[in-house]
Design a protein around this ligand. Sequence first.
Ligand code: FAD
Ligand code: DLZ
Ligand code: SF4
Length: 512
Amino acid sequence: MGSLRLILGDQLNHNISALRGYDPSRDVILLAEVHEEATYVKHHKKKIAFLFSAMRHFAEELKGKRHRVGYVRLDDKDNSGSLTGEIERAVKRHNPDKVVVTFPGEYRVLQAMQQWQEMFDIEVDIRPDDRFLCSPNEFKTWAKGRKQLRMEFFYREMRKKYKILMRNGEPQGGRWNYDVENRKPPKSGLEVPPPYKAKMDTMTREVLDLVADRFGDHFGDLEPFHFAVTRDQALYALKKFMDERLAYFGDYQDAMVEGEPWMYHSHLSLYLNCGLLNPLETVLKAEEAYHQGKAPLNAAEGFVRQVIGWREHVRGIYWLKMPGYADENFLGAKRALPKLYWGGDTRMNCLRQCVRETKENAYAHHIQRLMVLGNFALITGVAPKHLNNWFLSVYADAYEWVEMPNVTGMVLFADGGLLGSKPYAAGGNYINKMATYCGNCPYSVSKKNGANACPFNYLYWDFLDRHKRRLRDNPRLSLVYSSLSKMGAEKIEAVRSDARRFLRALYRDKGV
Ligand code: FAD
Ligand code: DLZ
Ligand code: SF4
């Protein structure tokens, strides 16, 4: 026989490197739904259903091309439960000359793949994942000699390399970055278009029943289920984003509106990350929309920056720094994850809304993740391992290569400033400016201390106070540390005592 081609759940792309040179007369393609991948962290039910359904649809497309596909369903009687077990069974079944795979998205999977050669006495050809626009080696070369890895400089290189939004060698409009224009607070009466809702077919229905049966104790609502599960549907979602949302993507990128989980964001990350969409095609569409006058430059550039800037940058950092990155904890944070992240009761309206939407949709937009859910964990001192586990479990787009740098680096500053120049800590004022949550909250955002003051307010100063030694020399924090130094001893004591009282109640489930 020829080769065994393994396609993982986040590699559902007809041009994936593991399929190159595929010979239908000799080679077999393997896709396997396995218990271990669904439970190494307890993924949100909707995420498991999304991937299993997308895998099944992808396998049907391959079969439609007359490819030989071995598809292992989760409930197949002999399913071994792990990728390694399924490789072993497939090697025994087909006796291939070699196993061909594409470089995975997580370090633990790479380690497993690297063991297969010896375990099964067979050549394992691990091919680069060229869906990404920057390879780990290219990133390493770029990062060499740099103490801090700032996305902005990396992003400019990517713009030049792929000639996106460039004009005569210069950035379109004369500036590289229009982020300052992308911080508009939500204004009343915003008409946010409804999100794309794919029609469910019988294959997805079957998967939903399976997931309900096997993973019923996982966090998250399984239904309603509206995600795209095929490339055609994902392309339609891309088109709808370009037509209906991109124009306002920039303006309201940081805005949070109660009851509007989707805002003007693209909701494309889950499709990009599992292979149904390619990053380059999405940025080319955004560039086209700009040139056709359908979207202003701040919107198109903002979207392009997220995709060829942030997305590629965080992947570069992950592969540059793993495996040590998983243990980073610069601020020595030790606390457990408060139960409210799993839907436990809280009166803090911003957190309650963001967790509720995460539970319903397996989605929250960037500022909800960063400035509400992340910020709260940062200033209360949640340990990186616990927060990483949560973020990896609950979002349909989460894989370690993208989740970990965002949590460890961007949110928790646990890498000591490799990714971000300062911790994204903020008090209630920021949330009140960018969101509509505070109006419906029993806490008072304008109060700084006391039982009904917004907890973000005193937790923020308590965080800065606790980490004075580590953070006060950071030039980007000089203003806040100068304010802290001007705070009288009485005020500092009030901050500390409010934080102590709040954290005690939080961890004793006294209701905060
Ligand atoms: P949009 O706002 O429409 O942005 C467009 C695209 O840009 C996204 O689809 C995504 O592919 C890319 N992008 C934007 N910001 C980032 C970023 N910081 N890092 C990487 N790609 C980015 N993104 C994931 O894909 N998976 C994760 O597990 C993940 N975990 C995160 C955890 C935290 C704590 C934070 C702060 C951010 C995380 N992000 C993650 C980044 C970002 O929040 C999501 O990509 C985005 O919210 C997805 O929604 P969207 O497709 O509507 O994005
Ligand atoms: C996330 C996930 C889930 C839930 N299930 C599967 C699966 O059954 N089979 C599979 O091949 N992949 C799955 N995945 C995606 C993998 O976890 C992903 O390939 C690795 O995390 C590497 O990114
Ligand atoms: Fe969140 Fe504070 Fe606003 Fe309440 S007052 S919604 S806790 S920021």
